[in-house]
Design a protein around this ligand. Structure first.
Ligand code: NAD
Length: 337
């Protein structure tokens, strides 16, 4: 079975999702939507994707010399599943249209859990989206926390987790947002990131704080975890070394900051220099009694992308076992583990 996938919103996440889906042999892109005839719309056509837009915007694409294959609703009716990659808050407005078209849809982390009633992470709860009409791939930060915390909870049990999220001010291609020369703490505490992790692992006790800083490269999390038992640093590294989509980096090997993590990502030669894995400083992991301290960095533009692919397989009943889907996605995207 080849799943027919439409991408609604071809921006930062949408274009990456399209590339990752095109690399799989059990799914195909049947089209992408654009609201304006931008360079990205032109590149979508060059990449062989059909363009769809609102009926009343078609003329502007024609004027720009871009071929449009139909309306957004026509794309919905051709697809088995839509990956909604519209800006946060816009996805929920599309939900009634997906329902009307009888098409499945995956929302992104900019929407609340309620938009789908199921939130997805490949490591933590692949099965929950099995056959579902709607699911939501959680945000980049939540994906990062789930990738490292879910394996720890399974292996040793987590009493309570606490994370300080040091958030990038904007994506690299975004010149509208900031801060530019400031550090901006989130004053509504604890922040929404803890409850977002609980949308996938409801039993996990977790609290979070967040500050926004003037960088575009990555987010960084400073984490403290109270484990249910005393465990050595080696045992913890052993568990993470077998968990998917975690990449160890070391200060001792010259990776001391997010700048060097992204330099390494560029050297890996992947598409758009993306780092789909969570970078975890192996020489910055420390246990004191039952307390664990560690840092991790999240490439916000790309870590959710392999999860979107796995979510399609779960919702469209293509692969029953999560680890098999993860392995298949990874192989097609050049992710070692
Ligand atoms: P983006 O602004 O880069 O892309 C959004 C795209 O949707 C743009 O191409 C825009 O033209 C299009 N769009 C806008 N309104 C539309 C409409 N009414 N109908 C159809 N298309 C429309 O946004 P993004 O960063 O890709 O974010 C998309 C979603 O992914 C959000 O929910 C966001 O929270 C989530 N997300 C973003 C990141 C990130 O760091 N960029 C990481 C993880 C999750």
């Amino acid at each position: 079975m080849t799943v027919k996938v439409g991408i609604n919103g071809y921006g930062t996440i949408g274009k990456r999702a399209a590339s990752a889906i095109s690399a799989q042999d059990d799914m195909e892109i049947i089209g992408v939507t654009k609201t304006r005839p931008t360079y990205e719309a032109g590149l979508a056509l060059q990449n062989g994707y059909r363009l769809f837009t609102d009926q009343d915007r078609m003329a502007s694409f024609k004027d720009a010399g871009m071929d449009v294959s139909g309306s957004i609703e026509e794309m919905f009716s051709e697809a088995d599943i839509i990956v909604d990659c519209t800006p946060g808050g816009v996805g929920e407005k599309y939900r009634p249209l997906y329902e009307k078209a009888g098409v499945k849809a995956i929302f992104q982390g900019g929407e609340g859990h309620g938009v789908a009633g199921i939130s997805f992470n490949s490591t933590a709860n692949y099965d929950e989206s099995w056959g579902a009409q709607f699911s939501r791939v959680v945000s980049c930060n939540t994906t990062g926390l789930l990738r490292t915390l879910a394996p720890l909870d399974k292996a040793f049990g987590i009493e309570e987790a606490f994370s300080v999220l040091i958030r990038r001010g904007a994506d690299p291609g975004d010149s509208k947002n900031g801060p530019i020369n400031a550090i901006e703490p989130s004053l509504k505490l604890p922040t929404h990131h803890g409850p977002d992790v609980q949308s996938v692992m409801p039993w996990l006790k977790i609290q979070t704080m967040a500050v926004k800083v003037p960088t575009t490269l990555m987010h960084l999390h400073a984490n403290t975890v109270d484990l249910k038992e005393e465990v050595s640093t080696e045992d913890i590294l052993e568990v993470w070394s077998k968990a998917p989509r975690i990449k160890f980096v070391k200060g001792g090997e010259g990776i001391k900051s997010t700048a060097q993590v992204m330099e390494m990502a560029r050297d890996l030669g992947r598409s758009r220099s993306d780092l789909f894995e969570i970078a975890l400083w192996a020489d910055g992991v420390k246990t004191v009694g039952k307390k664990l301290f560690f840092y991790q960095a999240v490439h916000q533009e790309s870590d959710v992308v392999p999860e979107i692919v796995d979510c399609i397989r779960s919702m469209c009943k293509v692969e029953r076992e999560g680890p098999k889907s993860v392995a298949k996605t990874n192989a097609a995207m050049g992710i070692p583990r």
